[in-house]
Design a protein around this ligand. Structure first.
Ligand SMILES: Cc1cc2nc3c(=O)[nH]c(=O)nc-3n(C[C@H](O)[C@H](O)[C@H](O)COP(=O)(O)OP(=O)(O)OC[C@H]3O[C@@H](n4cnc5c(N)ncnc54)[C@H](O)[C@@H]3O)c2cc1C
Length: 425
């Protein structure tokens, strides 16, 4: 599975990809490497949206879905606390309600176990899939080892990770529980008063410049004749001939197949094909401090009790946070992430004198069951979906690309992909 085959059983098809986030860019490379004639369409630039501002973690042990019994119990407090990291904006309440109800249903213990089992083959192959694409594109230096570190200040906070530890153990994820002194060895510049222990997944990786990774994947696809059309895609339509037509604000064109990788905007395209999906956006924020990232942290560090991550990015430390259900159109609200600045400066004193140089918001494309939508449309076999990666879009992009390239090249499924089908909605 982790081998990046550069030949398919069926190369040479004309395939359009709607969306040039990290999922679309990786898919462009995986398809071009198999000899397909790829056209990527995006109204913006490659990797410039949500895929540019994430926390950079490739979390190979992320088998715990967002909805768990503990999270479900906390929903009322999230809804009532305007400063909480997770929020449902009142104006989005009725639109967001069906998604939220499905999210709550996904948090039942039986479902959590099934979702974890479905996440495992994805996340456990994620880093190797990136390394395979990076080997083609020369982006190897952008993908770093270093692991994924979560830090807890209180005993109660650590206890709340019991389910996560249980699921990781069940699926054979390597992790260790670190004492404060061991955390200090790994991350000496963190303030010792910000944690009492840690949870460390050593096999996870890290990208300190996520947009450059997407760009490098696409550039390599371009060297393999992939085209880029900066156009607004309006409509997909299956053709009687078996192909698919795409209408943009500029033209209508026909392709043998289309991959929908439009992140949080993908639902409209599925609807045009006749497929229903529950997809909302969990908006997330980051603030970027002007320090030299690498000098202060060796890896992204997550503080679950504060629901935030500090990451050493190429242009400084970034503080990311926020799960905001507010839809695609509401203006950003930076108040909650700004409120975390004192915490961040205490946890990492090296950023104390550093000004905030950027405030950013992105749109996680989230399904209520934390599983992406990967696979062919049941209504049109030449439309393939690759969206809904939620909190794990960077992590899962390269593997999704491999799976989609395999499907559209006629390869057998490398493992059971039924859990990711759009028909589950
Ligand atoms: C604060 C934050 C932190 C995160 N941290 C991590 C992390 O550490 N690790 C991780 O794995 N994931 C993380 N994520 C999640 C990750 O960033 C996303 O899941 C991922 O970027 C989604 O990629 P995508 O390619 O599906 O979507 P996008 O990057 O949103 O790309 C979709 C593209 O489709 C285009 N598009 C949409 N509609 C149209 C149209 N009509 N016509 C033309 N183009 C269109 C858009 O312009 C966009 O470029 C984080 C997200 C946030 C917000």
């Amino acid at each position: 599975m982790t081998d990046m085959a550069t030949h398919g059983t069926q190369g040479g098809r004309s395939i359009a990809i709607v969306g040039a986030g990290v999922v679309g860019a990786a898919t462009a490379l995986a398809l071009a490497a198999r000899g397909h004639a790829v056209t990527v369409m995006d109204r913006g630039e490659v990797g410039a949206g949500t895929s540019s501002g994430n926390a950079g973690a490739i979390v190979t042990g992320a088998v715990t879905p967002s909805a768990t019994p503990g999270v479900i119990r906390s929903i009322p407090s999230y809804l009532l606390d305007p400063n909480g990291a997770a929020v449902l904006r009142p104006a989005h309440f009725f639109r967001g309600l069906p998604w939220l109800l499905r999210f709550m249903a996904a948090g039942r213990p039986k479902r959590v176990a099934a979702i974890a089992a479905a996440l495992h083959p994805l996340v456990s192959n994620a880093l190797q899939a990136h390394l395979a694409l990076a080997a083609l594109s020369g982006a190897r230096d952008l993908i770093r080892p270093g692991g994924w570190l979560k830090l807890y200040a209180s005993a109660a906070g650590f206890s709340a990770s019991a389910l996560e530890r249980e699921l990781m153990a069940r699926h054979g994820v390597h992790f260790s529980i670190l004492k404060a002194a061991e955390v200090a060895e790994l991350e000496p510049r963190l303030n010792r008063n910000a944690y009492t222990r840690g949870l460390f997944q050593p096999d996870s990786g890290f990208v300190n410049y996520p947009r450059a990774l997407a760009q490098s994947y696409f550039e390599c696809a371009r060297q393999r004749q992939a085209q880029y059309l900066q156009e607004n895609v309006l409509a997909l339509r299956p053709l009687d001939t078996g192909g698919v037509s795409i209408t943009t604000d500029q033209a209508t064109r026909q392709f043998d197949a289309v991959v929908v990788a439009a992140g949080a905007w993908s639902k409209q395209f599925a609807a045009q094909i006749g497929d229903k999906v529950s997809l909302d956006t969990e908006r997330g924020y980051h603030l970027s401090f002007a320090s030299t990232g690498d000098a202060l942290l060796g890896r992204p560090v997550c503080f679950p009790e504060k629901q935030c991550v500090l990451s050493p990015m190429h242009d400084g430390i970034s503080l990311s946070s926020g799960d905001e259900l507010a839809g695609l159109d509401a203006p950003p609200d930076f108040r909650r992430i700004r409120a975390l600045i004192p915490f961040a400066r205490n946890a990492l004193p090296g950023i104390t004198g550093q000004a905030v140089q950027r405030e950013w918001m992105g749109y996680r494309p989230s399904t209520p069951d934390s599983l992406p939508v990967i696979g062919r449309s049941p209504r049109c076999a030449n439309v393939c979906y690759a969206f809904g990666h939620g909190h794990l879009g960077l992590t899962l992009s390269a593997l999704t690309a491999q799976l989609v390239a395999g499907m559209l090249s006629g390869d057998p499924e490398p493992f059971d992909l039924s859990a990711y089908r759009i028909a589950r909605f």
